[in-house]
Design a protein around this ligand. Structure first.
Ligand SMILES: C[S@@+](CC[C@H](N)C(=O)[O-])C[C@H]1O[C@@H](n2cnc3c(N)ncnc32)[C@H](O)[C@@H]1O
Length: 301
C-alpha cells in the first residue's frame, strides 16, 4: 500500500467546495505569540497578545467549522462547547494510559481532542488518522496555536493502518469499530500497525449477554445509519482473537448519558436525547438496547 500516494491524493479533498472556505478562514488567521496551553478537560489557550479583533476572527472561523463533535476547547476566550464532553471518555481511559516515549496512533481521531490530551504523557509522537477534511481542519485550527511537533494528522482510515507495518507501541481506536462492515478485517489492520506485543485500546457499543453473538440493526441504531454490528463482550473477544490479539482485558463499560452527549450551539441537529425512546431511556428509538460502550485492551501476538 502506497500511503504517501493516498495522502497526497487526499490533499485534493481540502479543495472541496464545502471545505475550501474553511481553509481560507484558517489560512488568513494571524500568529499569536506567548500562547499558554492548558491540557485540562477544556483544552484552553490563552495569550496576553491575543487582540479582540483576532479573537473575533478565530470565533468566525470556528463557527464555519461546525459541527464540533469532540471537545471542548477554549481558544483565547472562544468557548467551543462541543456535542460530546470528550473528557469523560478521556478521563475514563487515562488511568490505563502509559505513553511516555511511545509511538502512538489514534485511529478515528476526529479533531484530535485526545491527541492533545495525550501530550501530557510525553509520547514520542501521536499520529491521528481520520478521513474527514472537516475534522482535520478543526485539528489544524487548534494546533495552529498549540504548535506541537509531536502531533501528526493524516486523512486516512482504519483500512490504511496495515500500511504502517509494525510501527506503533499503542493504538487507540475509539468509536470506530461499529462503523466497519468487516470488524475482523478492521482489527487485523490495526494489529498490523502495532509492533509485536504492542497494545490496542478500543471502545465500541456492546449488548449484554453471554453468547458470542451480535445485534445487527435493520437500518439505523440510535438514529446512526452506518452501525453494522453491536457485539456481546464474548463476540468482541472472539473477533480480537481471530484478528491475532491476545490477553483481552475489559477496562470499563458505561452507558452513554445525555450529560456526555448533548445538543449545543456548536453542532446543528439532533443529539442523544433525540435518539432514545422518550418513554423508556433504556431503549433507542428503534427499540434496541440504549448505547453502552465497552473499553478493552488487547495485545498483538
Ligand atoms: C464516533 S466518532 C469517534 C471519534 C473519537 N475517536 C471518539 O471516540 O470520541 C467516529 C470517527 O471515525 C471517523 N471515521 C470515519 N471513517 C473512518 C475510517 N474509515 N477510519 C477511521 N476513522 C473513520 C469519523 O470521521 C469520526 O471522527
Amino acid at each position: 500500500m502506497d500511503l504517501n500516494k493516498i495522502i497526497n491524493e487526499r490533499k485534493e479533498w481540502l479543495k472541496w467546495k464545502n471545505i475550501a472556505p474553511l481553509r481560507q478562514a484558517l489560512n488568513t488567521l494571524e500568529d499569536i505569540g506567548d500562547v499558554e496551553v492548558e491540557l485540562g478537560d477544556w483544552i484552553r489557550l490563552t495569550s496576553p497578545k491575543a487582540t479582540s479583533e483576532e479573537v473575533e476572527r478565530i470565533h468566525d472561523a470556528a463557527l464555519l467549522m461546525k459541527p464540533w463533535r469532540k471537545g471542548p476547547f477554549d481558544l483565547f476566550g472562544v468557548k467551543i462547547d462541543s456535542e460530546w464532553r470528550s473528557y469523560m471518555k478521556y478521563n475514563l481511559l487515562r488511568p490505563y494510559l502509559d505513553l511516555e516515549g511511545k509511538k502512538v496512533a489514534d485511529v478515528g481521531c476526529n479533531n484530535g481532542y485526545y491527541m492533545f490530551r495525550m501530550l501530557e504523557f510525553a509520547p514520542a509522537f501521536v499520529l491521528g488518522v481520520d478521513p474527514s477534511p472537516l475534522f482535520f481542519t478543526q485539528f489544524e485550527l487548534v494546533n495552529r496555536y498549540v504548535k506541537s511537533d509531536k502531533l501528526h494528522y493524516e486523512m486516512l482510515g482504519i483500512e490504511h493502518m496495515a500500511g504502517y507495518a509494525d510501527m506503533f507501541d499503542t493504538v487507540l481506536c475509539l468509536g470506530v469499530l461499529y462503523h466497519r462492515s468487516d470488524p475482523v478485517v478492521a482489527l487485523k489492520n490495526l494489529k498490523r500497525s502495532l509492533r509485536k506485543g504492542g497494545e490496542l485500546i478500543l471502545d465500541t457499543f456492546m449488548i449484554e449477554g453471554n453468547e458470542p453473538v451480535c445485534l445487527v440493526p435493520e437500518s439505523t441504531y440510535s438514529k446512526i445509519s452506518n452501525i453494522h454490528f453491536v457485539p456481546t463482550l464474548s463476540a468482541l473477544e472472539n473477533w480480537c482473537k481471530k484478528a491475532g490479539f491476545e490477553r483481552f482485558e475489559v477496562l470499563e463499560s458505561v452507558k452513554t448519558t445525555t450529560h456526555e452527549q448533548r445538543r449545543t450551539e456548536w453542532m446543528d441537529g439532533q443529539s442523544l436525547e433525540d435518539f432514545l425512546d422518550p418513554e423508556n431511556q433504556d431503549l433507542t428509538v428503534e427499540g434496541y438496547p440504549a448505547p453502552k460502550r465497552v473499553y478493552i485492551r488487547a495485545y498483538r501476538k
